[in-house]
Every structure is written in C-alpha cells, then in structure tokens.
Ligand binder design. Structure first.
Ligand code: ZN
Length: 271
C-alpha cells in the first residue's frame, strides 16, 4: 500500500521549473524521478484547476468554471474517496481548498486549523494571504507528515503565483522562487521518500510575462509533472505529455482506493 504527497506549486510553469529546479533536475538526470509535461486543462485559473486536479474532470463537467464559484465540490474527489475508504487525509493549502472539500464559505478562525476525521480534509492547515511564506507552509506540511502519517497529503504553496503575478514571469523574483522552492523541498522530499511516500510535483497553471494566466498559451497552461517513487526508480525526462485529468485516478490507484466512475482517464503507469 502506497502513500502519496502531491506538491501542487501554484503557477509553476513547465520551462521555469525545468530550468531552475536543480534538485528535481538531478533526480530526473539520474533516473530517480520521471518528468512529464502537462498541457494544462482550461481555463488556466486556480480554483477551476484545483477541482479538475482533484476530481479528474474538466471544468465543463465539474462546474467550478471560475475563481468566483465558491462552493463545495459536487463530484467524487481524491479527499472524499480516500476518507470514505478509511484513509487519512491532510493538506497544507490555500483556503480555497477548505472551501472545495471541507466547508464553504471559509471561516478564517474556525477553519484555519482542523483535525477532524469527519471532514474530507481531516488534518488541514490553511492560509488566506497570497504572500504567505512558502517555507512556513512547507514546515506545516512536514509536521503533518511526522505527526499523522497521512495516506494522502496535499502541499500547496502560493509563492510562484504571488511573485509571478506581482513581477511577471520574465522576472528575477519569479525565477528565483523556483530555485528557492526546489532548495527548501529537497530535504523534505528525501525524508518523505524514506518514509515510503510517492511524491508528485506539479502546477495548476503557468503564468505569462504580464503576470497573468487564464488563457491558452503554453506560458499560461504548461506545467511540469515530476514523479518520485520510494523505490528510487524513475524514467528520467520522458519527453512525454500527460493530462491534469490523470492525476486523481493515479493517486487513488496508488492509495488502493476504488476509482470513481466519473474519473474516466487512465491512471499513469509509474513502472
Ligand atoms: Zn493558481
């Protein structure tokens, strides 16, 4: 039985990740990780993609078509399916995740930190400020792993999106945040792999030089998908593409949780 950590770095663009994330690049180079490109689902917006990634459905099917749609998910999703199968779920993530899978609208006092087995995200640590430091969130996630050994953990930092929207993608600040995330995640990835976790690193969408996303250009939609297995075996840079829609069934399959019939895409084969 596998455990999974999904590192969903908001607005982590494919080319920027590949050029600036050297620890992940090392794992790819020595074939201890596999790298794919995801040509992201549309629109390349955050809340619609959070739901797409966790339900395996396009926005036309799940209905969260814009960031302004504030409600609980109405489709089978990773958190719900895992919890119903008796798995332990956790997230260190932006508050929109609490709204999609725990409670909507978000109450910043009651919902910020939750440890409640009846919730879809049983152990949640949420933030509301886009400028919330990534390192603080990384430490929250690392604590959740050590304390609760969740079967599924979502780690969702906002730093790439914050610096990308503030300074544009063609900026020192945006590129440097990719270097920073890679550097800070490196020892955590090693620890989590040793604890038996399969780790995925991806993005919800990219970002362009205007500091925007939502559209259809490669800058706005192409994100990386790194797969790191506890066995240490990977395929290197595959040069291949997968879909955002494959992430949810891939994770549920790894967790040995039945894949809902709504998730129609094939799980990714990691071997
Ligand atoms: Zn986003």
């Amino acid at each position: 039985m596998n455990k999974v950590i999904l590192i969903l770095s908001d607005a982590l663009r494919y080319d920027i990740a590949k050029a600036n994330m050297g620890f992940l690049g090392h794992l790819v180079e020595i074939k201890q990780a596999s790298l794919y490109k995801i040509v992201g689902e549309l629109p390349s917006m955050s809340r619609p993609m959070y739901e797409t990634i966790h339900t395996g459905l396009p926005v036309s099917a799940h209905g969260v078509v814009a960031n302004s749609v504030v409600r609980l998910s109405e489709k089978p999703n990773i958190f719900q399916s895992a919890r119903e199968a008796g798995k332990v779920t956790a997230a260190a993530a932006y508050f929109w995740y609490s709204e999609l899978y725990n409670r909507a609208p978000y109450n910043p006092i009651d919902d910020k930190e939750v440890d409640d087995e009846s919730l879809n995200i049983q152990h949640g640590r949420f933030y509301t400020e886009d400028a919330y430091p990534d390192i603080e969130l990384f430490h929250s996630a690392a604590h959740l792993v050590r304390r609760f050994s969740p079967d599924y953990l979502l780690l969702h930092p906002m730093g790439m999106d914050y610096f990308g929207e503030t300074f544009g993608s063609d900026s020192k600040a945006y590129r440097n945040q990719a270097v920073y995330q890679d550097m800070k995640l490196a020892p955590l990835i090693v620890e989590w792999r040793e604890r038996g976790y399969t780790i995925f690193v991806t993005g919800d969408h990219g970002i362009n030089a205007d500091g925007n996303h939502g559209g259809t250009t490669p800058e706005q939609r192409d994100v990386p998908f790194y797969a790191i297995q506890p066995t240490g075996q990977g395929r290197g840079d595959t040069g291949g593409s997968i879909s955002h829609l494959q992430i949810a069934p891939t994770i549920l399959k790894l967790l040995d949780v039945p894949i809902p019939s709504t998730m129609k895409r094939e799980p990714l084969s990691l071997d």
